[in-house]
Design a protein around this ligand. Structure first.
Ligand code: NAI
Length: 392
């Protein structure tokens, strides 16, 4: 380990915490990985040893890297071991009360200038900070799964966070080889907010019987997405995806734009969770789809309107996030291309279509459905009126 590098504490040794500990160790930090469960700690150590074996086999890590990275991580069930950490990242269960009480305890252990961060994907960072004695050194640090492979990290200052800590964390994430973006503490941050229509609008088209799920998936793959919405919901798990939709909807005081889908709820109720349960929108055997995905367009017009409808809704969400200053235009683009591998940034894509085209698609749906769900972002109206575009 390099001298002078800070010691990183990670609390929670599940999928996310183990990944974050690995990246910190790879970057040369000493890591204290804490979990209340000894078996979770043992599982985490075994999983890293398997990863190391595979990477050494592929020539990506040397035997010395493997040894250095694995021995940099100390595993313990005792929170007191965090006393020497300058930074602590939490990745325990997604429960506000449990996270608040954990951080209150951590504050009694670490130095007052230690930086504390939560990996929450859906809770209010400000609400956790609100329970702390020194909320100015607290923030969200949202990694994506699998953390060692996904470049994007959303850095989310709470209302109370001192901006100097945000700059330091951003620098550290760059040093770790990540692509950090700064997001306001609002429901879904960037990715989980902007991506909602990819699922929601696809479900709506399916629910109305306007196209089959196979056609919708094929259309979206044709537009450049790696997977169609139904394939992706099955991969994420309908229970997880539906829960995120509900959280965002409720956090936005039931804004119809984020209304969850009844058909997805029914899939959850039926236990049709996706790949992990053998059946979701499609059927799976040993985690693989039993039928090959269809690529054949019913007709190109059908592909065209499906893409227009879903992508216009995605662009509207990005435009509104830009309008509301959730993040800079550049960070909104990085988030969607690096976090969820979208073929293009949504604002750049909107520039390609022209704001007027996006606006027309949304307005025609707003008239057809009489639903506030389709209300266009004010910035699209402004850009269309000025014959202008997003500055990127
Ligand atoms: P997980 O269930 O795999 O691991 C959580 C770990 O925390 C378990 O090992 C558990 O024993 C431990 N734990 C629970 N309460 C604890 C406590 N009070 N003190 C110490 N250890 C405790 O969960 P996962 O998937 O790793 O998620 C962790 C966090 O990361 C959650 O907040 C989740 O929302 C967030 N997240 C998850 C992503 C994912 O795709 N799984 C992506 C991004 C964020």
């Amino acid at each position: 380990m390099e001298t002078g590098m800070s010691t990183i504490g990670v609390v929670g040794a599940g999928a996310m915490g183990s990944g974050i500990a690995q990246i910190a160790a790879q970057a040369g930090h000493a890591v204290v990985l804490v979990d209340e469960s000894e078996s979770a700690l043992a599982k985490s150590a075994a999983s890293l040893s398997k990863i190391a074996e595979r990477l050494v086999g592929k020539g990506k890590w040397s035997a010395a890297d493997s040894e250095r990275i694995q021995s940099a991580i100390v595993r313990t069930s005792k929170l007191e071991q965090l006393a020497r950490c300058e930074w602590v990242v939490e990745a325990i269960v997604e429960d506000l009360g449990v996270k608040q009480s954990l951080f209150q305890t951590i504050e009694t252990i670490v130095a007052t200038n230690a930086v504390l961060a939560t990996n929450t994907s859906s809770l209010s960072v400000t609400a956790i900070a609100g329970q702390l004695k020194h909320p100015d050194r607290f923030m969200g640090l949202h990694f994506f799964n699998p953390a060692p492979l996904m470049a994007l990290v959303e850095v989310i200052p709470a209302l109370q966070t001192d901006s100097s800590h945000v700059d330091r964390v951003k620098t550290m994430m760059n040093d770790w080889g990540k692509s950090p973006v700064i997001a306001k503490d609002t429901p879904g941050f960037i990715v989980n907010r902007l991506a909602r229509p990819f699922y929601g609008e696809a479900l709506r088209i399916f629910e109305e019987g306007l196209a089959t799920k196979r056609t919708i998936d094929a259309a979206m793959r044709n537009a450049g997405f790696r997977m169609g919405p139904f394939e992706l919901m099955d991969l994420i798990g309908n229970d997880v995806n539906y829960a995120v939709s509900c959280t965002v909807f409720e956090a936005f005081y039931n804004d119809p734009r984020y209304r969850p889908s009844l058909i997805q709820k029914q899939h959850v109720d039926a236990g049709w969770l996706g790949r992990k349960s053998g059946k979701g929108f499609y059927e799976y055997e040993e985690g693989k789809p039993t039928a090959a995905p269809s690529n054949a367009p019913a007709n190109s017009d059908q592909f065209d309107w499906i893409i227009k409808r879903i992508v216009a809704m995605l662009m509207n969400e990005a435009a509104d996030a830009y309008y509301l200053n959730i993040a800079s235009a550049q960070d909104l683009e990085i988030a969607m291309t690096k976090g969820v591998n979208y073929p293009k940034g949504l604002l750049a894509w909107c520039n390609e279509w022209g704001a007027k085209v996006t606006l027309n698609v949304l307005e025609s749906m707003q008239i057809r459905y009489g639903d506030d769900r389709y209300r266009p972002s004010p910035v699209l109206r402004d850009l269309a009126a000025q014959k202008s575009e997003f500055t990127l």
